[in-house]
Design a protein around this ligand. Structure first.
Ligand SMILES: Cc1cc2nc3c(=O)[nH]c(=O)nc-3n(C[C@H](O)[C@H](O)[C@H](O)COP(=O)(O)O)c2cc1C
Length: 383
């Protein structure tokens, strides 16, 4: 596929939809319950208008930011997403390489199909490991130790997923990890030969960071069964403090939505709050993250970093989040669409398109650095 003929995230989404079996596309693109949060995440950005400054010299635009102790060349990075080996045979390492080339953080998921060490060895770019505090604390301890050994820059703890969101697309398709070739899935696989060939020749499909303790369970579980075996519903702020201490470096809490929780994250000394509703995959009808930035920034002040994800598809979305008080933003689906369509080159093309959108947008806004974007540049449309 000629990647240069794809001009925005939506083009990549449509291309990914054509290339992937329906069950795999639905896993990547879908949300929970009625997918209200998923839809609202995308439309919420339209409730804000941008207000530019004019007659400013914008011949030099600096898009760099420093978050989680990392100097990034761009104000965005790649959020963790589980199971990238489903989308392309080059898996997570392809994403890590594209991120390194762009000078931005790659967030590796607990549920990645290539492990912390392998991804660490493949790229010298900035990396964050996304942790869950699971029932078997030895697994979480292993992840911290491996991330330290492999030189990861930061750790984030995802806190919105002690219980798995109700993803009915996955229930309907019967998607399991690893995907099983069954009579019911055969036609879907056969209709997507490029994907099928890649998947069948890409080596063992495994949840590489947990397989050392999970292989005994035999695999072939759907997301609900996997969560049931792993996720610990008793996890509280005390456990988050424990993990931050075990790690001892830049630490983010991912999945904060309320002012009260943001204050708790600040109080416990987190480096960053990641304001996110998990891309509409967990609690349905949760508020779009873009709406939560301003109240949280107002409550916690400027001594903690705020990163926003969920629904970012355009440079203008990022500019809105930054103007509302975020230090940086991140996204998943745009880059996994890129991965599905073109491996590392596909992720790079997505990053390049979004870089160009942010740069053009900043220029049109009359700002030459990210910090110059403030609340005077944005208005909420009254309804
Ligand atoms: C296929 C997929 C898998 C994901 N897996 C994880 C995960 O393992 N851990 C996690 O913290 N977030 C996970 N997420 C959520 C993302 O990190 C991020 O919060 C969300 O996708 C952002 O919304 P966006 O996709 O609209 O950019 C996943 C998202 C997708 C789409």
């Amino acid at each position: 596929m000629n990647l240069n003929k794809l001009h925005n995230v939506e083009d990549f989404k449509q291309a990914a939809k054509r290339l992937l079996p329906r069950a795999i596309y639905d896993y990547m693109a879908g949300g929970s319950d009625d997918e209200t949060a998923l839809r609202n995440n995308l439309t919420a950005f339209d409730q804000y208008n941008l207000i530019p400054d004019v007659l400013v010299d914008v011949s030099n635009i600096d898009m760099s930011v420093n978050v989680l102790g990392v100097d990034m060349k761009l104000p965005f990075y790649l959020s963790p997403s589980g199971g990238s080996g489903l989308f392309h045979p080059d898996k997570e390492i392809a994403v890590a390489k594209a991120a390194a080339k762009a000078g931005i953080i790659y967030g590796l998921s607990t549920f990645s199909t290539q492990g912390i060490k392998a991804v660490g060895a493949s790229s010298s770019g900035p990396k964050m490991f996304q942790s869950y505090i699971v029932k078997d604390r030895e697994i979480t301890r292993d992840h911290v130790a491996w991330s330290k050994e492999a030189g990861y820059d930061a750790l984030c703890l995802t806190v919105d997923s002690s219980i798995s969101g109700n993803r009915e697309r996955d229930l309907r398709s019967g998607l399991s990890f690893p995907p099983r070739l069954k009579l019911s899935t055969l036609p879907d696989f056969a209709l997507h030969p490029r994907w099928a060939l890649g998947f069948l020749t890409s080596g063992k499909f495994e949840m590489a960071n947990i397989s050392h303790r999970m292989d005994a369970l035999g695999g072939g579980m759907n997301t609900f069964e996997l969560a049931h075996h792993l996720m610990d519903k008793t996890v509280t702020w005390k456990d988050a403090e424990w993990l931050a201490k075990e790690w001892g470096g830049p630490f983010a809490i991912k999945g904060i939505q309320s002012v009260g929780d943001a204050k708790k994250a600040f109080k416990m000394g987190a480096t960053a709050i990641i304001v996110s509703n998990h891309g509409g995959r967990q609690l349905d009808s949760s508020s779009p993250a873009i709406h939560r930035i301003a109240p949280i920034r107002q409550a916690v002040g400027n001594d903690i970093e705020i990163i926003m994800d969920s629904g970012i598809r355009r440079g203008s979305h990022m500019i809105k989040a930054l103007a509302l008080g975020a230090d940086a933003v991140s996204f998943s689906r745009p880059y996994i669409y890129g991965l599905a369509v073109g491996g590392e080159a596909g992720v790079t093309r997505i990053v390049d398109l979004l870089r160009a959108e942010v740069e053009r947008g900043m220029g049109l806004m009359g700002v030459t650095s990210v910090k110059q974007l403030t609340s005077k540049h944005i208005e909420k449309v009254s309804q």
